[in-house]
Design a protein around this ligand. Structure first.
Ligand code: NI
Length: 167
């Protein structure tokens, strides 16, 4: 396993839709292992493959205090709540900044797990926000794209960043 460098906002790979995984082979298993190791190394909560320079639809998520990693291959949001709320978000690809983004309070995501099994995950609150942020990454969307203007972006202190959770 290896820690991979996380690319930054100016990299075009973050602004392009990632490709669907057609076959979950050894190279995908290795990518997932490396992404999990990278996420742990940077103490992140979620990571999408484009953030490590791989334009494929793979996401890993591990909520604080949860033992299990959620692996999502070709994830798609299939259901959302009617309600939404403002969430303060940062991104591992834009360290030092945060902004309030409107997100659904609950979403259901359809994906394949690393064994290739079709799964559906319903996330509420924080997990819902993380799922929306990561599925956005897969579609070439970053949270700043949701802002009316770049003036809404705030600079953060190191402590704030930990609070927001790296996604
Ligand atoms: Ni992000």
């Amino acid at each position: 396993m290896a820690v991979m460098p996380v690319i930054k906002m100016d990299n075009p790979l973050l602004h392009r839709k990632a490709k669907k995984v057609s076959k979950i082979d050894d190279s995908i298993q290795k990518l997932i292992d490396d992404m999990v190791e990278t996420m742990h190394d940077i103490e992140g909560v979620g990571l999408a493959a484009p953030q490590v320079g791989v334009p494929l639809q793979v996401v890993v998520i591990q909520l604080p205090d949860e033992e299990d990693v959620i692996t999502l291959i070709n994830p798609e949001i299939v259901k959302t709540s009617e309600e939404s709320e403002m969430m303060t978000e940062g991104c591992l690809s834009l360290p030092g900044y945060r902004a309030d983004v409107k997100r659904f309070t609950s979403v259901t995501v359809k994906a394949r797990d690393r064994q290739g099994k079709l799964i559906r995950i319903k996330g509420d609150d924080f997990l819902a926000h993380v799922l929306q942020h990561e599925v956005d990454h897969i579609n070439g969307i970053v949270y700043v794209d949701h802002l009316e203007s770049m003036d809404k972006l705030e600079e953060t202190e190191a402590e704030d960043e930990e609070e927001a959770g790296g996604i």
